[in-house]
Design a protein around this ligand. Structure first.
Ligand SMILES: Cc1cc2nc3c(=O)[nH]c(=O)nc-3n(C[C@H](O)[C@H](O)[C@H](O)COP(=O)(O)O)c2cc1C
Length: 327
């Protein structure tokens, strides 16, 4: 069995959801949402905001290491910020070369850099110099901006620049998040770099995981939206790999999920403003609907609610053991 990584997902997976998802015990590593770097060295509090786990040995409560992801285009500025981050002893430092958001790309960060392997090399080589060998230094890339003409050159540039491993989200920026993911490109990248390569994209089920491993030729897989929509996915993948019988009883899974939903809601209420909290819950329930009909019913019941107390009441009515203190 290879490694299972929990993907960075800005606006969807923060420290609270990382805590809950990694409690199911099946992830080797999680990556934080990207921290955008431009122009100056960010204060320590910016790193701690994106990755509160830095204050706890860079691990979730369940013990899963959390790598911090940086996004930017200026080699010196990224290196200065990486040096600041090194002081906080992260479980790893990852560079983002895959973000498709226009606000990010206007500043030349994220996926736009995939047209320019020379610049990728400069960035990685410059940051490499400030990251000590004991902190894993990695990168996450898409296949390109519009096509795959320079995919292999980009992967070679990242490898030559000094990353110790590479995650490949097997789609171009133009493809957004539309299926399919081109796992065969992960295999092609593996052929041209020495470093371990992790496959990412469109793994929603254990069957997808098996096909992804077979097509990409790697056993290391990063789970994104599939992990949020099915908190039991990683555990199920591991059970299958270990040859254990796995029950695929969604109603039972939903029952097991109740304390995690309660913990999520309580932590969200403690972290964000009462105005924002219901939206965060709706976001996760929206994803869970893909696999759980009970999540759909709950989503419909809370959809129009704005108040924390009302949401807590509805959650309790649906069997989620929310303590009164959470609103
Ligand atoms: C809401 C959302 C936010 C994301 N934020 C990030 C991010 O901060 N950094 C990053 O490298 N990738 C980000 N991604 C991309 C994911 O890490 C992953 O590569 C992508 O979702 C493909 O995997 P999946 O098909 O398993 O979801 C984001 C994806 C989504 C859907």
């Amino acid at each position: 069995m290879g490694r299972l990584l929990l993907a960075p997902m800005e606006g969807l997976v923060d420290d609270v959801l990382r805590d809950v998802l990694t409690r199911l015990g099946a992830y080797d590593l999680a990556v934080s949402e990207f921290l955008r770097v431009s122009g100056s060295v960010l204060p320590v509090r910016s790193f701690r905001r994106i990755c509160p786990e830095l204050g706890r040995g860079s691990r979730t409560d369940a013990g899963t290491p959390v790598v911090v992801q940086l996004l930017g285009s200026d080699p010196a500025c990224l290196a200065d910020n990486a040096a600041q981050l090194v002081e906080l002893s992260p479980a790893g430092i990852d560079l983002n070369f895959g973000c498709p958001a226009p606000t990010v790309n206007r500043h030349g960060g994220g996926a736009t850099l995939l047209t320019d392997p020379e610049q990728l090399f400069r960035i990685v080589a410059t940051v490499r110099r400030v990251v000590p060998a004991e902190i894993p230094f990695t990168a996450k890339m898409r296949l390109g901006v519009r096509d795959t003409a320079r995919t292999l050159d980009c992967a070679r540039a990242l490898a030559a620049g000094g990353v110790v491993s590479l995650v490949v989200h097997a789609r171009t920026r133009a493809e957004g998040y539309r299926p399919p993911a081109h796992w065969e490109w992960v295999a092609r990248i593996k052929d041209v770099v020495q470093q371990p390569v992790t496959a990412n994209g469109e793994v929603w089920t254990t069957a997808d995981h098996a096909r992804c491993c077979a097509v990409s030729g790697t056993q290391d897989v990063m789970l994104g939206r599939g992990a949020v929509a099915d908190p039991f996915l990683a555990r199920r993948i591991r059970a299958l790999a270990a040859g254990q019988a796995i029950a695929s009883d969604r109603s039972l899974d939903w029952l097991l999920l109740q304390p995690l939903l309660a913990s999520y809601w309580q932590q969200v209420c403690g972290k964000v403003s009462p105005r924002q909290a219901p939206g965060r819950l709706k976001l996760w329930l929206g994803s869970l609907q893909r696999n759980f009909i009970e999540a759909e019913a709950l989503f419909i019941a809370v959809r129009a609610l704005r108040g924390v107390e009302e949401v807590s009441r509805v959650l309790r009515r649906h069997g989620v053991p929310v303590m009164p203190a959470a609103g």
